[in-house]
Design a protein around this ligand. Structure first.
Ligand SMILES: NC(=O)c1ccc[n+]([C@@H]2O[C@H](COP(=O)([O-])OP(=O)(O)OC[C@H]3O[C@@H](n4cnc5c(N)ncnc54)[C@H](O)[C@@H]3O)[C@@H](O)[C@H]2O)c1
Ligand SMILES: O=c1ccn([C@@H]2O[C@H](COP(=O)(O)OP(=O)(O)O[C@H]3O[C@H](CO)[C@@H](O)[C@H](O)[C@H]3O)[C@@H](O)[C@H]2O)c(=O)[nH]1
Length: 481
């Protein structure tokens, strides 16, 4: 029986391996992690991550051919194929700080593989890594090889959170990069056979190692670039009276452009886009390509601009001050259907409002008070380290912030409501009830264009929707930083 071991039981390692186990009953899959708490959670009824459909898949396979363990040495040494799906955060100090990928966890995983392996291994890069990482990993493994043959493959993951299981069941493509040698080609075939259990052959692409590594960074850069493009246009829409939804629809109807990923928003978040673009920027710099680097940097700059533009709009429309005013924040996760808050725009928006001395009351159906407290206290990029290695943040006790489990409680006596995640339930709230409980004038700032602004205006709200024609009130109160 083929045995797979995956290092890293996170948002990628957990769901990816669960689906491999489900689709390949003849393969034994063991997911290992240095975090005991994470592994205990994977072995419990309360999985460490929320992802629609994940519970069912794990329940079906766990104990059959899917296992979660902290015994890294045993399972690495027994495995034929080792996936590495550990954190690759942005460096916070030293060379390349603020841009380059920190490969500490990757390197320690590779050293562990070199130390404990007794037989030939295929080592698969699942983490998103800088192009040419496979070469570095090869060096670590072969310098300690004890006669063992290692084949490194790049098999980047393209799943999106909130739809991870769907994406894994039915991927647009699976990408496998390997060395162009007979051994390299055999390794590519071995991994291809695993995916061929459920992915049609024409969707399994094989390339050289560097193309596979770079394709992952390029795909995320292209996706994020679309969002920054539509967000840049949203600012112009507000200035001119155009409606960004109409513009995006008209633009997306061009089959060369396509309709997806053109929703204007308060900004993109998530653990990947910013990190991977900064990583790309650094690689361009290192390769003497400042113009290319500058081009991609602009995608992140527009995203930061969009978040601060939103905060400025909130403050300016409330007579240029929110000091002492209660502002309700609906949604803290970086997108709907996930409890993940990594790089969520809500962090920057809340920090902006708190900077102007607002009292912020937050409701998100999936995010805990503890998590929000940590997010608002943490330094940039610290979130992307294994949880037990994150620097201890000051306690969440920020008197200006309250977290509730009820949207009506969060909005009670508030001056304004900011919608920062597109949870479906926000469309169905009783806005008349919310309006009646709020201070007047009552404002709604819709950072995701989820509410029916016309209906809310009929109730009496002053409404701001990203990229939509402005209420007279907002026109009279321009947001100037
Ligand atoms: N989250 C996503 O949607 C997504 C999608 C595609 C690719 N990626 C990439 O996949 C990688 C992992 O992302 P994630 O979201 O799963 O991160 P995560 O933080 O959820 O999980 C990483 C796990 O690796 C563990 N770990 C760290 N060092 C280890 C080691 N030496 N041995 C064993 N375990 C170790 C950590 O404890 C943690 O549980 C990153 O490179 C990320 O960029 C993420
Ligand atoms: O039209 C859009 C689409 C998305 N977003 C925002 O963009 C962010 C990222 O969304 P999404 O890409 O759906 O989620 P991720 O889980 O971050 O997935 C991205 O990052 C992963 C990690 O690398 C990749 O594997 C996926 O292919 C890629 O979509 C979120 O804040 C969304 O709200 C918008 O603002 N407008």
């Amino acid at each position: 029986m083929v045995k797979i071991c995956c290092l890293g039981a996170g948002y990628v390692g957990g769901p990816t391996m669960a689906v491999i186990a489900l689709k390949c009953p003849k393969i034994e899959v063991v997911v290992v992690d240095i975090s005991t708490a994470r592994i205990s959670a994977w072995n419990s009824d309360q999985l460490p991550i929320y992802e629609p459909g994940l519970d069912e898949v794990v329940k079906e396979c766990r104990g059959r051919n899917l296992f979660f363990s902290t015994d890294l040495e045993k399972h690495i040494s027994e495995a034929d194929i080792i996936f590495v799906s550990v954190n690759t955060p942005t460096k916070t100090c030293g060379l390349g700080a603020g841009k380059a990928a920190d490969l500490t966890y990757w390197e320690s995983a590779a050293r562990m593989i070199a130390d404990v392996s007794k037989s030939d291994k295929i080592v698969v890069e699942k983490s998103t890594v800088p192009v040419k990482t496979a070469e570095a990993i090869e060096k670590i493994l072969t310098h300690n090889s004890k006669g063992i043959n290692y084949q490194i493959l790049s098999n980047p993951e393209f799943l999106a959170e909130g739809t991870a299981i769907q994406d894994l069941f039915n991927p647009d493509r699976v990408l496998i990069g390997g060395r162009e040698t007979p051994e390299g080609r055999n390794a590519v075939q071995a991994l291809k056979q695993v995916y061929a259990n459920w992915v049609p052959e024409d969707r399994i692409l094989t390339t050289n190692l560097w193309s596979a590594e770079l394709s992952k960074l390029a795909a995320n850069a292209f996706l994020a670039q679309r969002i920054s493009s539509v967000n840049a246009i949203s600012a112009l829409c507000e200035a001119t009276g155009a409606d960004v939804a109409e513009v995006a629809y008209a633009v997306g109807k061009d089959t060369r452009i396509g309709p997806k990923f053109l929703n204007a928003s308060v900004g993109f978040g998530g653990s990947c886009f910013q990190k991977d673009i900064l990583n790309l920027v650094y690689i361009c710099d290192c390769n003497g390509l400042p113009e290319v680097s500058e081009y991609w940097k602009q995608v992140v700059k527009i995203n930061d601009y969009q978040k601060s533009r939103f905060v400025n709009r909130v403050v300016s429309s409330m007579f240029n001050t929110v000091a002492g005013k209660k502002i309700a924040v609906l949604g803290f996760a970086f997108k709907k259907d996930t409890g993940d808050t990594r790089e969520t725009p809500a962090i920057d928006v809340c920090k902006g409002l708190l900077g102007d001395k607002a009292k912020v009351s937050i409701y998100d159906p999936q995010v805990t008070e503890d998590q929000i407290g940590r997010d608002l206290a943490m330094n940039k990029f610290d979130w992307d380290h294994p949880i037990h290695l994150q620097p201890m943040s000051p306690t969440a006790a920020n008197k200006q912030v309250t977290v509730t489990w009820d949207a009506y409680e969060a909005t009670k006596e508030a001056h304004g409501v900011c919608i920062l995640t597109e949870w479906d339930e926000f469309k169905k709230l009783d806005y008349k009830k919310i309006y009646d409980g709020m201070q007047k004038p009552a404002f709604v700032f819709d950072g995701r264009n989820v509410v029916d602004a016309g209906k809310l205006r009929e109730i009496g709200f002053i409404v701001y929707s990203i990229g939509k024609p402005l209420d007279q009130w907002l026109k009279d109160m321009p947001a100037v930083a």
